[in-house]
Design a protein around this ligand. Sequence first.
Ligand code: 4NP
Length: 151
Amino acid sequence: MTKILMVCLGNICRSPLAEGILQSKLPEDSFIIDSAGTSNYHIGEKPDKRSIAIARHYGIDIGNQRGRQFTSLDFERFDHIYAMDNSNYRNILALARNDKDKTKVKLILNESLPNENLDVPDPYYGGDSGFDNVFKMLDDACQIIANRLNN
Ligand code: 4NP
C-alpha cells in the first residue's frame, strides 16, 4: 500500500477535492488516500457544499469525507504528504520530528508546475468559479502524481 495525504487549512475545500480526485485516478487496492487540515476549525464536518458540488459535476463523490486535523502521527501513517499552499507547507514542516518526516512533504502544484512554489488559492471566501479553478489545478497535479506512482 502506498499512502498519500492531502493537507490544507480547513480540510473542507481544497484537500477534500485533492483526496477525491487522486482516489478517482488510482486503484483502491494499492493506494490509501486521505486528507487533513492544519487547523482545528472544521473537525468532523463534511466538505464545503461548493466542493461537494464541483466534485459531483466531474463525477466524483466526496460527500462521505469528514474534516480532521493534521498531527505529527501522520508522518508515520503516510508516505507522501501534499500541502495545498505555502502556509500549510510551513505548518506541516513545523510538526516534523526529523529529516525523514520533512522529505515526505511537498507543495502539490510543484507536481504540475515544478519549482514555482505556487499556492492552490483558498476558495473559501470567493465564489463558485474559484472552486472550478481549484478543481482543474488539482486535477492536473493529481494526474501527474497518479501516473508516477501507478507504474
Ligand atoms: P480549505 O479552505 O483550507 O481549502 O479547507 C478553508 C476553509 C475554511 C477556512 C479557511 C480555509 N476557515 O477559515 O474557516
